[in-house]
Design a protein. Structure first.
Lengths: 815, 109
């Protein structure tokens, strides 16, 4: 006998509850209403999304497939507006009415808005969901000034994220020190200093009086008369349970929806959990107790009426890269309390333990937090610490003689020590799952135990446990380092360049702790490309980090001479161009002229000293560099299309020329070759190119990820578009996606295989906003890239490249 | 030793090289990131690639043809490859650079 279970809200708590419930027998048919138009994602990872360290796709907990697989109906973008407890139905704002046997309310919280004048001006945002994050990222593109009101956990994460996005950020905090609810004043001071060192301004004791501006935010005014210019204001002053819907339905509501220890409201068929619930007089905002509520609610729904929620303290951590902070329990001063404090000002370390009756009741760690789990364990078990009191503050390594190395410290943890605070996973459960289920990868451990699957800050501990349990068979370095100068792989380097806003090669090497003084021939060209791609307007291209071909804009040959290939747009030429080429060949006695596979003409055997003069003559005839040497756009091959061919369906030549003129000059991870064929007979051989187009009567079939070199591979179909404009937009967006994600020297087909053809299609074909954003970033970058390198060098740029420094020892010295 | 002036250090880009033409062939003069100057034959021991065109890193250069890495200090191939190019004495007086061709000439003769 199945019952109907309806869930209002699709955040982390109900998501976790469903996971537990699905482990039981299928007693319920489940329907979810989510006011947000999306699936369940990891809300605590929004800060890394804002700072650019993660993408939305990486924080999804349950993708669409999960709901389908479990037969769950998910209404996205449906806000429930009424609960009818008599009829036992709920109704959404789109008019869907759904009956329930059991109802779970998980409406979460709403951000607290200070109702100062101007709080509703455009440009005032809160920090709650993905929409807020996207709005902030959009606002950050202006690189303008932002004010964050609130110096708590959320406010500081928002400020750090906006700072990473290049905004000038000021944090306003009404209290004298930051995060005063989690940190004592000393740690609050250290935190403020660390935040300020990142270029974020902090004003404490700041009393916001008004937000003003003409039709949009322009400035924030404080009670003391200070005026701070701002185009974006983020309010992060706290949250309150979102209980209005329950209240309207006549359910008991105090601060939140009042529930008993079994998460049941005063209506026995209605449960509440998450941030909207009030249990034992407390409301919660951290993920660990919310997951505990989820576990209890699932067991109650499955019929176990003994399941009960018990209050627990949860450690607080700040998710800002480079700031280590840990806070737990009660740390106020008091007559019955003693404290142990360790300060190391130069290392920026502060540790404080608050004791009562020889037991830890509170902990604040700043700068060095690796003993947090151990202190948490001592506190939870109420261990008598009198025996180790003298060395307690130095941490676990200093107990019992010789200091333990980090691995031994983890080995010494008891089986019931908590490793993952978010999910309440202890050491024994992890090691048990590794041996019992034969797990060998971090992803497996996350999937089976949830350990390190939420905020990820315990990943290091989990990996140490894997090494301890599996020994040498566990190889955590599954990531191939870029080269022997670093331990980071390409993806991490790319991510960190953006997240830390690194804009020069020395900055990357310094911040990412390169092992060599100036890199090697492998990493330097890669870094140079990543910086050119990520900061097109700010980065100064480092020619000394480019391979010779890209440095002198010609192809080096085995005898040290060069070959030169001018652009022939779409492979089309004319008598004047051919005549000019013939004249250049004669004048410079070029020994070999050859037609290339990309429909243009190659002149081989040119002396380096002659290159500028060759280019000058070619430039006179209107030629520009063909970039035949570049990790960039090479050729766009075409057939003659509808202009001439009796089978042609579209103007393939015209489209090819248009693509080439739009995209020439762009740098890419590896070379990009394209082709446009006017009909499926495919005379331009578009189906083995990096990007290809097959014209058909109904439009343009876009292909990508082909190969005809070391590997041979037919293309994948990206999709069919109707107009030439759409074809161009899709191709440009696809190329930009590849530019941003590809590893240096990784061709499109390898990149696409790595991230998945379906993912590329989803982002380029299905997600119009994303496509538009890629397109615009490409167009922006082209402003700085579309300069003909040949004419630059004819006018004298890099002239040292093309001349000997001196001629010496000859009978008649030239100089 | 017979020192011959070849120009100034600012003629060579940091982490780069310039060539000096001599009757015995081209000499590549390198300037590292920390302004050390080295001179070697512009001829990779592997297949004769022009070392002056390679990427300079530390006190080494990677040949543009097949990625051999040559030490600028000793002229020896680094890593698994075996081979060497001749090094040429170079000296710096203030900004000015000099090379000595005696060794090269006597050996070539």
């Amino acid at each position: 006998m199945t019952e109907k279970l309806v869930i209002i809200g699709n955040g982390m708590a109900p998501g976790r509850m469903l996971e537990h419930l699905l482990e039981q027998a299928g007693r319920y048919v489940v329907t979810i209403f989510n006011a947000e138009p999306r699936v369940n994602y990891d809300r605590i990872m929004l800060s890394p999304v804002l700072s650019g360290e993660k993408a939305y796709e990486e924080i999804i907990i349950h993708g669409d497939g999960w709901y389908i697989k479990h037969g769950i109906t998910l209404y996205k973008g449906h806000k429930i507006v009424a609960i009818d407890r008599q009829a036992k139905t709920v109704t959404s704002d789109h008019g869907v009415t759904e009956p329930y046997d059991k109802l779970v309310i998980a409406t979460g919280s709403v951000p607290f808005i200070i109702s100062v004048p101007g709080h509703n001006l455009p440009g005032v945002l809160t920090y709650r969901d993905l929409d807020d994050v996207q709005a902030m990222m959009l606002a950050a593109q202006s690189r303008a000034k932002a004010v964050v009101i609130g110096g708590g956990l959320l406010g500081l994460e928002a400020a750090a994220g906006l700072n990473s996005q290049g905004m000038d950020v000021t944090v306003l905090h009404v209290m004298p020190t930051l995060m005063e609810r989690q940190l004592d004043p000393a740690a609050g001071y250290l935190l403020q200093r660390a935040v300020e060192q990142r270029g974020i301004k902090v004003i404490t004791k700041a009393n916001t009086q008004a937000i003003t501006g003409n039709g949009k935010v322009e400035q924030v005014e404080l009670a003391d008369g200070t005026v701070i210019p701002a185009t974006l204001v983020v309010m992060a002053v706290g949250i309150r349970p979102n209980a209005a819907l329950a209240k309207d339905a006549g359910i008991a509501v105090n601060r939140g929806i009042v529930v008993d220890a079994g998460m049941r409201s005063n209506d026995p068929d209605i449960f509440a959990l998450g941030e909207c619930a009030e249990v034992g007089g407390m409301v919660y905002g951290l993920v660990a107790p919310l997951y505990e509520m989820a576990r209890v609610a699932a067991r109650q729904l499955a019929g176990d009426e003994t399941a009960a929620f018990v209050h627990m303290d949860t450690p607080t951590k700040l998710k800002v890269t480079g700031i280590d902070l840990f806070s737990l329990g009660d740390f106020a001063d008091g007559d019955d309390r003693q404290e142990i404090v360790l300060r190391d000002a130069s290392a920026g370390v502060y540790k404080r333990l608050v004791l009562r009756d020889d037991r830890i009741i509170g902990t604040v760690l700043y700068g060095e937090t690796s003993d947090g789990a151990w202190f948490n364990d001592l506190k939870k078990k109420q261990t008598d610490i009198s025996q180790m009191r003298d060395t307690l503050i130095f941490g676990q390594s200093y107990q019992g003689g010789a200091p333990l190395d980090p691995m031994a410290a983890v080995a010494a943890l008891p089986d019931d020590a908590e490793i993952c605070g978010c999910n309440g996973v202890c050491k024994g459960k992890i090691t048990g799952a590794i041996t019992g289920k034969g797990l060998t990868s971090l992803d497996d451990v996350r999937a089976h135990t949830k350990a390190s699957a939420s905020c990820g800050s315990c990943t290091g501990l989990v990996e140490k446990l894997m090494v301890l349990t599996l020994g040498d068979t566990y190889n955590p370095a599954a990531v191939q380092p870029m080269c022997s100068c670093t331990t980071f792989g390409h993806d991490e380097v790319r991510r960190l360049i953006k997240a830390k806003r690194l804009k020069t090669i020395p900055a990357v090497m310094q911040e990412l702790e390169w092992k060599t003084s100036c890199g090697c021939a492998k990493c330097r060209p890669a870094l140079n490309y990543y910086l050119v791609c990520d900061w097109p307007d700010e980065y100064a291209d480092d020619y000394q980090s480019r391979f010779i071909n890209e440095r002198v804009h010609a192809n080096i040959q085995k005898d040290g001479t060069y070959s030169v290939v001018p652009r022939m747009w779409g492979g089309v030429t004319n008598a004047a161009e051919l005549r000019a080429i013939a004249d250049v060949v004669d004048k410079f006695e070029i020994p070999m002229v050859k037609v290339t596979g990309g429909q243009r003409i190659d002149m081989l055997g040119i002396r380096k000293e002659d290159l500028p003069a060759v280019w000058a003559d070619l430039g006179q005839a209107g030629f520009v560099s063909g970039h035949a040497y570049a990790k960039g756009l090479r050729t766009v091959k075409t057939c003659v299309g509808s202009d001439w061919c009796r089978f042609g369906t579209q103007d393939s030549t015209g489209l090819g020329i248009r693509i080439e003129k739009f995209m020439w000059g762009s740098w890419t991870p590896a070379k990009v070759k394209m082709a446009v064929s006017g009909c499926p007979r495919n005379c331009a051989e578009a189906t083995c190119k990096d990007v290809g187009v097959i014209c058909v009567d109904s439009g343009y079939e876009i292909h990508f990820a082909g190969a005809a070199g070391l590997d041979i591979k037919g293309t994948e179909v990206l999709g069919l578009v109707r107009t030439e404009d759409e074809a161009l937009e899709h191709i440009v967006a696809l190329t930009q996606m590849y530019r941003e994600q590809g590893r240096y020297l990784e061709r499109i087909y390898k990149w696409a295989k790595r991230i998945g053809i379906a993912e590329v299609k989803r982002q380029i074909m299905d997600d119009g906003e994303k496509r538009q954003a890629y397109y615009e970033r490409f167009v922006f970058s082209q402003k700085f890239a579309q300069v003909d390198p040949w004419s630059e060098r004819v006018s004298g740029k890099d002239k040292h490249e093309f001349r000997p420094m001196a001629s010496v020892g000859f009978a008649e010295a030239a100089e | 030793m017979n020192w011959i002036a070849i120009g100034t250090i600012s003629d060579i880009p940091r982490r780069g090289a310039r060539c000096v033409a001599t009757p015995q062939g081209k000499i590549a003069v390198f300037r590292t990131a920390d302004d050390e100057v080295f001179a070697i034959e512009d001829h990779c021991p592997h297949k004769g690639g022009p070392l002056s065109q390679g990427i300079v890193h530390g006190a080494a250069v990677t040949c543009p043809l097949h990625n051999w890495v040559i030490s600028l200090e000793t002229g020896n191939a680094l890593g698994a490859d075996e081979g060497a190019v001749r090094t040429i004495p170079v000296k710096r007086e203030g900004e000015r650079l000099f090379i000595a061709l005696d060794a090269l000439a006597s050996r070539a003769a």
